[in-house]
Design a protein around this ligand. Structure first.
Ligand code: 5GP
Ligand code: MN
Length: 338
């Protein structure tokens, strides 16, 4: 699991801070369907920069632009603009938690035309699609990279900025349960807590609340969960799916089912867990999780997606059966890289 990737080099830090200091109107963008790390890293840096008088815009390139309900507590939402209002050719564009240009969705063309493109990320698969890169695969979250950047800019981390950074940290470490939970991750949590943020309120917003409709849809999806003990080289596969019709029957928006994988992945008999989620347009977003012996990022990359070795995803225009048929053979526990 330790790849001897050196963390970010001094020259990159220097260039990044120079570019940001010189930019009056930095344009920020995170990956589509943002999670807490994507949105938290973007809004955390956005708030820190806005307080120095810079005119910050921030966005993400979803066709239907909406902040997921469970992330609406994040401070800094006033910085958000919809993609049509985003500068076409920003002097400086900064991306967050996006491992490829495509992950910027509608904002990818803007990144292609930016004068300078600063890429901030922690995916080992990052394709280094910018002009300057702060990419640290050893960082538990993109918000960890942003913390160091804010420090190097000499800017303060107040409670609102800390709330954004903490949300990304606590999400990407699975509440400090995943293997990426380093001493540095706990040290950052300690520093952020010291600003007075409320971890219990953040945890409740992120994981411990749902509309009643979620229970109904979860019940439907769990009722059709399938365990395949022989799959994944005999280590087991558990999977299920949730359709837009399931959600429509209960009036449940798409973003409410993002966390369903966290229920499914707990199954002892399966090394890999998969949840296929149909969006409102009929496309499928597939979440995959591994306990460690299968590199799901590699499997998902082969199907046009990506992510981390133990948590990855991809989009599919195929049926559920065909998507699973394409994915299943890619889930072999070849070697043990992690
Ligand atoms: P989730 O299953 O929570 O949506 O995603 C897990 C991880 O996989 C995250 O790091 C996320 O950014 C990444 N991921 C999910 N879907 C895609 C995709 O379609 N393309 C890429 N490149 N990464 C994805
Ligand atoms: Mn992340």
């Amino acid at each position: 699991m330790t790849t001897n990737e050196s963390a970010v080099g001094e020259a990159d830090w220097r260039r990044a801070t120079e570019l940001i200091r010189a930019a009056d109107t930095p344009a920020l963008a995170c990956h589509v369907s943002p999670d807490a790390d994507a949105l938290g890293s973007m809004l955390g840096l956005g708030l820190a920069l806005a307080r120095t008088g810079k005119k910050v815009v921030a966005s993400f390139g979803d066709r239907v632009f909406a902040v997921p309900r469970l992330l609406r507590f994040l401070p800094g939402q006033h910085l958000l603009v919809e993609p049509p209002a985003y500068p076409a050719e920003p002097d400086l564009m900064i991306t967050f938690d996006a491992s490829t240009m495509e992950r910027l969705g509608l904002l990818a063309p803007h990144a292609g035309k930016a004068g300078e493109l600063l890429v901030i990320d922690h995916h080992v698969s990052n394709t280094r699609f910018g002009t300057v890169h702060l990419v640290d695969p050893g960082a538990a979250s993109t918000t960890m990279v942003v913390e160091e950047l804010i420090d190097r800019l000499g800017l303060p981390i107040d409670r609102e900025v800390a709330t954004c950074l903490y949300a990304g940290l606590v999400t990407d470490t699975g509440s400090f349960r995943h293997s990426i939970t380093t001493p540095a991750a706990h040290a950052l949590a300690g520093r952020l807590l010291a600003t007075g943020l409320r971890p219990e309120e953040i945890a409740r917003d992120l994981w411990d609340r749902s509309p009643f409709a979620y229970l109904r849809v979860l019940g439907t999806a769990l009722g059709r969960a399938t365990l395949e003990p022989d799959a994944v080289g005999g280590l087991g596969l558990v999977w299920t799916y949730v359709t837009r019709a399931d959600r429509a029957a209960e009036g449940l928006p798409y973003d409410e089912v993002e966390g369903m994988i966290d229920v499914v992945r707990r199954v002892d008999e399966a090394e890999v867990a998969v949840v296929l989620k149909e969006d409102d347009e009929g496309g499928w977003n597939v979440s995959t999780r591994s306990k460690g012996t299968v590199d799901v990022a590699r499997a998902c990359a082969a199907l046009g997606g990506g992510g981390h070795p133990r948590a990855a995803g991809f989009s599919s225009a195929l049926t559920v059966a065909d998507t699973m048929a394409a994915l299943r053979p890619l889930l072999a526990p070849e070697g043990s890289r992690s």
